[in-house]
Design a protein around this ligand. Structure first.
Ligand code: NAD
Ligand code: ZN
Length: 370
């Protein structure tokens, strides 16, 4: 039987359901939580031929009608205003009313785009996440953040719009390219480090099996990641806590975002790959500042490398300028009053936000690691 995790929020609580074969049973799972048996599906052109047929059948079995199926091109470029407008126009042209639920079938791009469209169409439509990438199953589908990019930067426009339910069908990951699977695993490892010794040790033991596609390892990772993220989100629904709460989910991301931005978002470095390097650097920075053991950075880097992820700057084919990366970090939207803020570790399960890390120290770290 699938596992069900509650996400307890002030307005409305919802469940994350994790298991194999959920898309085939989507109708039965959705009927109790939606206002009507009428949906609009948003997906991308890669996912549609792979997983839309089984979803259609699962919905039809429970008597659902599909008002429209909207397919966007795959890739980050679809998370923009042009595509948003097109999705909204297609939703409304299909006669979508406030009882029609928007179903996002795909990775984080489809989830963020469809979720934002659902948040603003008719001032809010019921929304369902059907994540099909590991990243989306362990991270982006839980927590209610939706949005699109601007040429000025990623995720600068958006809304909190919580789904009515999340169906993480781990069977759908079987078609995911291994590079995408590994990139999603970086967020699992992040959750392991945030959660504590138990999940971190599980990662060290089972991470390699997971990235090789082991179904039991995948299911466990999705469930435990969602458990951690649900707890963090429930305690800080709208990221209002400046230091604790959702802010801690940015472990590895200050470095990661800078690396992504330096590469351009053209796929040279996937988000998860940048996060993997960021996790190693965050551990290294924690050790340099005396917050954690000197062993932790090596442990983190060798684990990520064992899972086929780039774990440190020298793993990359190109060289990064420490000064350029530092300049990127100072432009991060989480920077306040010019002070560099990092999520650091005292050990697994002991993350905290460091308010004022000296830039010179970060630059030295980047030089030494690069
Ligand atoms: P993605 O949606 O682009 O998916 C990656 C690739 O995998 C795409 O080419 C897609 O077509 C393909 N794909 C998806 N499912 C597949 C399957 N089952 N089989 C084969 N191919 C499949 O990328 P992603 O990594 O899932 O998500 C990245 C996005 O998520 C970014 O835009 C990021 O900003 C966002 N994000 C959002 C949050 C949040 O809280 N809302 C959190 C983290 C990341
Ligand atoms: Zn991330």
């Amino acid at each position: 039987p699938p596992a069900r995790l509650p996400v307890a929020l002030a307005e409305r609580s919802y469940e994350v359901v994790v298991g194999e074969g959920l898309l085939a049973r989507a109708g039965a799972l959705l009927a109790p939580v939606l206002p009507a048996r009428r949906v609009a599906i948003v997906t991308d052109a890669t996912v549609a031929p792979l997983h839309l047929p089984v979803l259609r059948e699962g919905l039809a079995e429970a008597g659902f009608t599909i008002a429209t199926e909207i397919t966007v091109p795959p890739g980050e470029a679809s998370k923009g205003f042009g595509q948003l407008q097109s999705v909204l126009e297609q939703l409304l042209a299909a006669g979508t009313d406030r009882r029609t639920a928007v179903l996002a079938l795909g990775g984080g791009v489809v989830g963020d785009l469809a979720g934002f469209a659902a948040a603003v169409a008719l001032r809010g439509l019921p929304f369902v996440q059907l994540p099909t990438t590991l990243l989306a199953q362990v991270d982006s589908s839980v927590g209610g953040k939706t949005g699109v990019n601007l040429p000025l930067g990623k995720n600068l426009v958006g809304a909190f719009h919580q789904p009515r339910i999340v169906l993480a069908d781990t069977g759908s990951l079987a078609t995911l390219p291994v590079r995408e699977l590994r990139a999603g695993y970086a967020e699992v490892a992040k959750h392991g480090l945030l959660s504590g010794e138990a999940l971190w040790r599980w990662c060290e033991a089972e991470g390699a099996a997971l990235v090789a596609g082991n179904p039991a390892a995948l299911a466990h990772a999705v469930l435990e990641s969602c458990r951690l993220k649900a707890a963090v989100v429930a305690a800080d629904e709208r990221e209002e806590s400046p230091e604790g709460g959702r802010a801690l989910l940015n472990l590895g991301h200050t470095f990661g975002h800078a690396l992504e931005a330096e590469c351009g978002y053209g796929g040279a470095l996937l988000h998860g790959e940048a996060v993997a390097i960021g996790l190693g650097l965050a551990a290294a920075l924690s050790a340099r500042l005396g917050h954690c053991s000197q062993e932790l950075p090596g442990r983190v880097m060798s684990h990520l490398a064992a899972c086929g992820l780039p774990a440190r700057l020298p793993d990359l084919s190109r060289r990064f300028s420490a000064a350029a990366l530092l300049a990127r970090m100072r432009k991060d939207k989480k920077v306040r009053d010019g002070a560099l803020r990092f999520v650091l570790l005292r050990g697994p399960g002991e993350a905290f936000t460091a308010g004022e890390v000296p830039p010179a120290l970060v630059e030295t770290l980047l030089r030494d690691e690069g």
